[in-house]
Design a protein around this ligand. Structure first.
Ligand code: HGY
Ligand code: MN
Ligand code: MN
Length: 409
């Protein structure tokens, strides 16, 4: 069975216009007005496709297509929110490909044995509210809901997850995690260079690497840039720069198994002629190897403490995210590989460098992911691109894997 590729491509372009800002690609930050606009369009399209649409208390949108039997649904999903200056495929492909699968089944008047569900998860990116993979995390751990509803925006503590969900009209009443999926499949762009370099059509993703996010604030003393001799300085900026160098070198060591990224930094008072009093920065630490991940965090924390003490400053540290590496279900990974091969596509079993909602769903039900190539491996960038043929291939694999899992009538 095949999808209507042109309808999928047209729909992807339609959503790409929501949040489109010249030169900055697509910005649909979670719980923003742009996120609301995309959610409203998806809700309308889910209803038009005959789905029952439910909104849970963390704002996850769940569309359910009835099956012949009243059993747990085969579930697809991803996220419509983006990073700042993002691309139009990260997340959106998984949601809109799932919608296309449902529309294609409708066109063919196929009723599957098991129901089929499609989920748009809240705040996968975590660029304004921590943690990332928020909606799927709470789906898997409903006990975290109240605490996460209080999570403040990094840039404005007045905005919390709960207040923004209400503001955009997606503070649902369905209890989180109350739908028990049969299985979960997420189609996603690879966001790395492997598939393109190896000229491979499909990635059958076996695992997702672990992710640790930590916020550090080094505190010194503001002072005059021109009158303060070096021995009198308590320069938080200088300490932060020394630490950042160590962090960068850490992932560049021979045989390093971890990736380190300092993606944000801020100085206070942040003026050209004032020795910085405060330096805030975040560490994004990743590894496929859990021991290497934990050891990397220990090593970097020890270094930061040593630098701060050596220059007589103080340190605040906040653990934002601690996600261990996740293995996907062998049977579902095999289903992805088999269906790709049945379509005559080349397949590579591989890990995911990026975090995904599927890594949260893996603790709820048998889950796996389908990757399609990213041109030049670029993502989280306005240049993010995946060729139409690859978008079509990935969606056809999703369609046939879901059909096989849900049982065709
Ligand atoms: O951070 C990640 O890996 C994902 O894009 N949220
Ligand atoms: Mn994503
Ligand atoms: Mn992303």
């Amino acid at each position: 069975m095949k999808i209507n590729a042109q309808r999928l491509l047209d729909n992807l372009q339609r959503y790409a216009k929501i949040g489109e800002a010249q030169k900055t690609g697509v910005e649909r930050i979670a719980l923003s007005e742009e996120d609301r606009e995309a959610r409203d369009l998806l809700k309308q399209q889910m209803l038009e496709a005959g789905l029952e649409v439910l909104i849970d208390r963390i704002g996850n949108m769940i569309g359910i297509r009835k099956g012949l039997r009243d059993v747990p649904p085969v579930t697809m999903g991803s996220h419509l929110d983006t990073v700042y200056q993002g691309g139009c495929y990260d997340g959106a492909l998984g949601v809109l490909a799932g919608l296309e699968v449902i529309q294609s089944l409708n066109d063919a008047n196929v009723i599957t044995e098991k129901p089929i569900a499609l989920i748009n998860f809240t705040n996968e990116e975590g660029v304004r509210f921590a943690p990332d993979m928020m909606g799927s995390h709470v789906f898997a751990h409903p006990e975290l809901l109240d605490e996460i509803l209080e999570s403040p925006a990094y840039d404005n503590a007045q905005d919390t997850v709960g207040s923004r969900l209400k503001a955009i009209g997606y503070s649902g009443d369905m209890p989180c995690g109350s739908m028990e999926p049969d299985s979960f499949l997420e189609l996603h762009i690879e966001q790395g260079p492997t598939l393109e370099l190896e000229k491979t059509d499909i990635g059958a993703v076996e695992m997702v690497q672990g992710i640790y996010w930590t916020l550090y604030t080094i505190k010194g003393q503001a002072n005059h840039a021109g009158t303060t001799p070096v021995p009198y300085r308590k320069d938080a900026g200088y300490a932060a720069s020394e630490v950042m160098h160590y962090i960068g070198d850490y992932s560049r060591k021979a045989n390093s198994q971890v990736l380190t990224t300092v993606g944000t930094i801020s100085f206070e008072p942040n003026a050209i002629n004032i020795v910085p009093e405060k330096a805030g920065f975040t560490l994004d630490l990743r590894s496929v190897d859990y021991e290497a991940l934990k050891q990397g965090q220990i090593d970097i924390d020890q270094k930061i403490k040593a630098v701060v003490q050596a220059v007589g400053l103080s340190l605040e540290r906040e653990e934002m995210v601690r996600f261990a590496p996740v293995q996907f279900d062998k049977e579902v990974v095999g289903l992805v590989a088999d269906e790709a091969e049945a379509l005559g596509l080349s397949v590579k079993r591989m890990p995911s460098g990026a975090g995904h909602d599927a890594q949260m769903m893996a603790s709820v039900c048998p889950s796996a992911m389908i990757f399609v190539p990213s041109v030049e491996g670029i993502s989280h960038n306005v240049k993010e691109l995946t060729h139409p043929v690859d978008l079509e291939n990935g969606t056809n694999v999703l369609l046939n894997a879901v059909l096989r899992r849900a049982g065709e009538d």
